[in-house]
Design a protein around this ligand. Structure first.
Ligand SMILES: N[C@@H](CCC(=O)N[C@@H](CS)C(=O)NCC(=O)O)C(=O)O
Length: 330
């Protein structure tokens, strides 16, 4: 686990000393935009034109942020237009790697290889795009094969691009960010990001009791309020699935298996919330979503990569969770 400083890899963990034991996530660095015609995106940064077979996603199957982009690629039927490389689930002294995984007979086995740039480490892909890059080397990465550039490494923006940029090229016309709902989606996204998506990390990576206590309290107050909300409506915003649901889903699906134990988010399990657990199963059962969830990568990544939290690297066997049970929603 480390970062690049002026293009040089340095192995170091997050520094929480300066922030009183709190984990503070840094903003992503590459913020260009994919658009139908190559015009600049909403943030005014350089636009890249949507073209079939031009773009590539680097993801970790363990990572909740990267998982969002895989779900959008699947549901928007972009698999034939955007290729993918999966990194090894372990993130240690070299960060994300393409080291081959043994046990190819395992049912959750996937090929771990950079078939596009043939690199060994993801940080080498970052320095191909910017030889002087300083910052963290995170997934997901949206890569332009044509100009050998990183379009974006910010998942919330990549899913917005995938939502519309390829529609004229035959993507499935399923709009997860419809105009009349945008304000409400943005509001709930902010709440879910701070308290839940990033809230579990703020709890898990806290290095003082106070920072942990605060994060856990805020996390469960937020989950309790969403439990209420989902008692009155089927989805987070209105009566159809939106981007806000997928952003919450990737945290919920990891919660009982990883965040309860490894990140000590253990006041309650998602399974203890009738509405949230039914909602989670419903989203999991949307055709195409289940194959994007790889519990082997998820559990092994967290329990084996963070050795300051789990020095033995032992991965627990449970809990037994079955997202295929009836969801009883709607
Ligand atoms: N804001 C980014 C966050 C991505 C992120 O933090 N990914 C994690 C994996 S779950 C990562 O790659 N971490 C490596 C690091 O921080 O060095 C996004 O949503 O795309």
């Amino acid at each position: 686990m480390g970062l690049l400083v002026e293009g040089q890899w340095q192995d170091q963990w997050y520094d929480t000393k300066a922030s009183g034991g709190k984990f503070e996530r840094k903003a992503s660095s590459f913020r260009h935009w994919l658009t139908a015609d190559g015009s600049p995106g909403p943030n005014g940064q350089k636009g890249f034109k949507a073209e079939p077979n031009r773009y590539h996603l680097y993801v970790s199957l363990a990572c909740p942020w990267a998982h969002r982009t895989l779900i959008f690629r699947k549901l928007k039927a972009l698999e034939g237009m955007i290729s993918v490389s999966v990194v090894h689930y372990l993130m240690q002294e070299n960060g994300w790697t393409f080291t081959p995984i043994e046990h190819s007979d395992h049912p959750d086995w996937v090929n771990v290889e950079d078939e596009i740039n043939h690199q060994e480490f993801l940080h080498q892909v970052y320095t191909m795009a910017d030889p002087q890059y300083t910052g963290r080397v995170t997934v997901p990465v949206l890569w332009d094969k044509k100009t050998k550039a990183i379009v974006s490494n910010e998942s919330s923006e990549i899913i917005r691009m995938l939502n519309v940029a390829f529609d004229h090229l035959g993507a499935r016309p399923w709009d997860f960010y419809p105009e009349p709902l945008q304000e409400e989606i943005d509001t709930i996204n902010d709440f879910v990001y701070r308290n839940i998506n990033n809230g579990v990390y703020r709890a898990g990576f806290a290095t003082t009791q106070q920072a942990y206590d605060e994060a856990v309290q805020e996390l469960f107050v937020a989950l309790d309020s969403l439990e209420q909300r989902l008692g009155k409506q089927r989805y987070l915003v209105g009566d159809s699935i939106t981007e806000a649901d997928w952003r919450l889903f990737t945290t919920l699906v990891r919660f009982d298996a990883v965040y309860v134990g490894h990140f000590k988010c253990n006041l309650r399990r998602i399974d203890d919330y009738p509405n949230l657990s039914g909602y989670l199963r419903e989203l999991y059962q949307v055709p195409g979503v289940a194959p994007t969830v790889n519990m082997t990568h998820i559990k092994r990544h967290y329990y084996q990569s963070h050795d300051m939290i789990n020095p033995t690297g032992v991965v627990p066997q449970g809990p037994i969770v079955d997202f295929t049970q009836p969801h009883c929603r709607g």
